[in-house]
Design a protein around this ligand. Structure first.
Ligand code: PMP
Length: 361
């Protein structure tokens, strides 16, 4: 077996023990004569898998009783619509803090169903920092305040949770979900596609404060995006993505075995710290993000000479380092260091970068 070091932004690396468990559970799960892929979502074997995943996620994230945990479909992009359709209620508008491509897209989607007020956006139009809270222009009557704790493309991350917000806080945690402890009580709603830090593509996790579901949804709200329907039917209003749900459950177990979110946060801090320290020490590489807002999950960097990009990527591939090409909208490189990316991968990447700078600088 020769597995590469996978720096993909999502779908992304999964923990090896999870993959091995998946293999062991095929073609038969726990003596029930069939695999998870073939089970009815209404029969007990799958119901037990689904239940356990929910229990483990609640434990991992410390989800209080007053919150529903929903397993949905459609990715974070479906949530860009589901959030306003479910939560605008009697309010005319919602506030959005825009710090990158994804929060921008979330605001645009909200604009189809109501008004998306831009509460803050970097004044220079570049996504390299988080505008300080003091600069935000908040509407006290907003339905909620939406922000994106980690911008996957720009590599910009909040290292703080907005405080003193008098409306429910909604966060798209897609690319930093389960990467560090979070105080769920401070949020009205959290959502995340699983394909970066929490499993395979196809399932989206929503954690929502129960009382927010008293709001009247838009009449056009599709049933599959209705949080009330999903909550009432334990996320089995229709056929859920059963295999992806099962894989997420294995990831939650693996995370509990890593010492939970505190344990994994310490590893993540070491990984990103090592890479940023190296980038800062070497003029050949540049990270454009303000030091207070650097992402621990997606480290973006450019080479001093962009004409070397193709060489850099080809050499990296030969060294077993893949998925480093930056997003097409920003260019350069991006190393996604999600939970399942081992420290060894970062060490190998830094060694490769050092050697490349020495021979091409
Ligand atoms: N939000 C963020 C922060 C993301 O990184 C992504 C995917 N890269 C999305 C939303 C869109 O997610 P999906 O493809 O699951 O709809």
């Amino acid at each position: 077996m020769s597995r590469v070091f996978n720096f993909n932004a999502g779908p992304a690396a999964l923990p090896l023990p999870v993959l091995e468990q998946v293999r062991e559970d095929l073609p038969e799960w726990h003596g029930c004569g069939m695999s998870v892929l073939e089970m009815s979502h209404r029969a007990e074997p799958f119901l037990s898998i689904a239940r356990q995943a929910g229990i483990d996620l609640r434990k991992l994230l410390g989800v209080p009783d007053g919150y529903h945990v929903l397993f949905m479909q459609g990715g974070a992009t479906a949530q860009f619509a589901a959030v306003p359709m479910n939560l605008l209620g009697e309010h005319r508008s919602a506030d959005y803090v825009v710090t990158g491509t994804w929060s921008q897209k979330a605001a645009e989607e909200c604009g189809k169903y109501g008004q998306a007020r831009i509460a803050a956006r970097p004044a220079d139009g570049r996504f390299t920092r988080v505008p300080p809270h003091a600069e935000w222009k908040l509407d006290p009557d907003a339905a909620y305040l939406h922000y994106t704790p980690n911008e996957t493309i720009a590599g910009v991350e909040f290292h703080w949770v907005p405080e003193g917000i008098n409306v429910p806080l909604v966060a798209d945690f897609s690319s930093s979900f389960l990467s560090h402890p979070v105080d769920v009580k401070r949020f009205g709603l959290i959502y995340a596609g699983a394909q970066k830090n929490a499993g395979a593509a196809g399932i989206t996790i929503v954690v929502v404060r129960k009382e927010l579901l008293d709001r009247k949804p838009l009449t056009q709200l599709p049933k599959v995006l209705d949080y009330r329907e999903m909550a009432a039917r334990d996320s089995m209003m229709n056929t859920p993505p059963t295999f992806a749900w099962y894989v997420s459950g294995l990831v939650f177990r693996w995370l509990l075995d890593q010492g939970g979110l505190e344990g994994i946060a310490a590893v993540n801090a070491r990984k990103s710290g090592q890479l940023y320290d190296y980038i800062d020490s070497e003029a050949f590489y540049v990270n454009p993000v303000d030091k207070t807002a650097r992402s621990r999950m997606n480290v973006v960097f450019t080479l001093a000479d962009a004409a070397r990009d193709a060489d850099f990527l080809a050499g990296a591939k030969r060294a077993g380092l893949v998925g480093l090409k930056g997003h097409r909208s920003v260019g350069g490189m991006r190393a996604s260091l999600y939970n399942a990316v081992p420290e060894e991968a970062v060490k190998t990447l830094v060694e490769y970068m050092r050697e490349f700078a020495r021979t091409h600088g």
